[in-house]
Write a protein that binds this ligand. Structure first.
Ligand code: CIR
Length: 253
């Protein structure tokens, strides 16, 4: 169970964030409203939420998940794969101090975005992506091994981050889209296959027995509910325009 979350408010420069999709420019005011509702949803799932100040120097910094991996035993500050995002880690490292966990940091030549990291109990699957390299994965493994965790890499072909296309919903259930539906590494899971028309909803988030699902993806929401979960929908359309999903907007621990 999670007790805490950390988010970072969107900054006005959000409109200049990195994007590879063609869904238009995000509306900053709407993004702020959606972010406030997202915080309400986290609070509604029983989490105590720390909200970091916006930082206009880093347009993508609201996607805080990529900058830090929080486990029960330790914290790993990442080294984001995109140069424009590298300086985002300083603020999160500072904000994690009061949580009193040992802190480690990925260093050059390693790169790692924690959107590529999916925890399944004591194992961490890590996407080998355009943002996360083999050196980053090796360093993560060295950091986590002493705590009894294991790590394995998964090559990605068509998504930005591993969790863009697959989400662990606990109870051995994986919500999976595209290449992950038939990924041999995932053959022991119960796969909930996301329809091609709803690929974005593959990034849904399990929090304390409920699943946050992006608004507007009814097939996926029904699929998740049919497997016994309560869902909560959150509209994150302005973040979708920057290739960001529900999970990237918070750290949960
Ligand atoms: C980026 O390209 O880095 C941001 N525009 C979106 C990051 C999304 N993060 C995630 O999927 N974990």
């Amino acid at each position: 169970m999670f007790t805490s979350a950390m988010v970072k408010s969107p900054c006005p420069n959000l409109v200049h964030g990195i994007r590879n999709t063609d869904l238009g420019t995000p509306d900053f005011a709407r993004a702020c409203r959606q972010h406030a509702h997202y915080i309400d949803a986290l609070t509604g799932c029983g989490l105590s939420v720390t909200v970091l100040e916006p930082d206009d120097a880093f347009p993508d910094s609201t996607f805080i998940e990529d900058t830090c991996l929080v486990t029960e035993k330790c914290v790993v500050i990442t080294r984001p794969g995109h140069l424009s995002r590298r300086g985002e880690t300083r603020a999160v490292a500072h904000a994690m101090q009061p949580f009193n966990r040992p802190v480690m940091e990925i260093t050059s030549p390693g790169t790692l975005d924690a959107g590529d990291v999916m925890q399944v109990d004591r194992h961490f699957y890590v996407g080998l992506s355009g943002r996360t390299n083999a050196a980053g994965i090796r360093q993560l493994e060295q950091f986590l091994e002493p705590y009894g965790y294991t790590v394995s890499g998964i090559s990605l072909t068509s998504v930005l981050h591993l969790k863009t296309g697959v989400s662990y919903l606990e109870n051995n259930c994986l919500l999976a889209w595209g290449e992950f539906i038939t990924q041999p590494e995932f053959s022991d899971f119960t796969i909930l296959p996301v329809d091609d028309s709803e690929a974005y909803a593959a990034n849904s988030v399990w929090i304390n027995g409920r699943v946050l699902v992006p608004a507007g993806f009814e097939k996926t929401r029904s699929l998740i509910e049919a497997h016994g979960y309560d869902t909560l929908t959150v509209d994150v359309s302005e973040f979708q325009k920057l290739d960001g999903g529900l999970s990237c907007l918070s750290l949960r621990f």
